[in-house]
Design a protein around this ligand. Sequence first.
Ligand code: DAT
Ligand code: MG
Length: 136
Amino acid sequence: MSERTLVLVKPDGVSRGLVGEVIARIERKGLKLAALELRTADRAVAEEHYAEHAGKGFYNDLVEFITGGPLVAMVVEGTRAISAFRQLAGGTDPVEKATPGTIRGDFGLEVQYNLVHGSDSPESADREIKIWFPSL
Ligand code: DAT
Ligand code: MG
């Protein structure tokens, strides 16, 4: 069954020139782009996006980081798109949890600078797509 997921190439991925690499992996997997925009997130969008992490020790740094430069926001669709992209991304910690062959495993070193975001459930995907692409 086709579903949609919200993908971000975070500011570290954009500044390192990895946007094309991430999109190529998405397309090679067979997923489709339904929306794509380069933008700098304001604080309100960032706080809403990461609301589940409010109050955690890394939250302020995370919001600063995600608003600190342009990112690429995408809606990606296809069969099992949510788990398919999480598989492409690899685990949150690019060294301990992401295996080589994944985006984070191949290109990341630090948890905060793990390059990409992908929604983790259908509920998160609906919520996050509304935040980033309210007209979709
Ligand atoms: P994911 O992005 O894999 O869904 P998450 O939702 O648990 O991971 O956390 C959101 C982001 O917050 C994550 O991509 C990087 C940052 N983060 C998570 N845990 C962290 C930690 N212990 N220290 C620093 N940053 C962290
Ligand atoms: Mg998450």
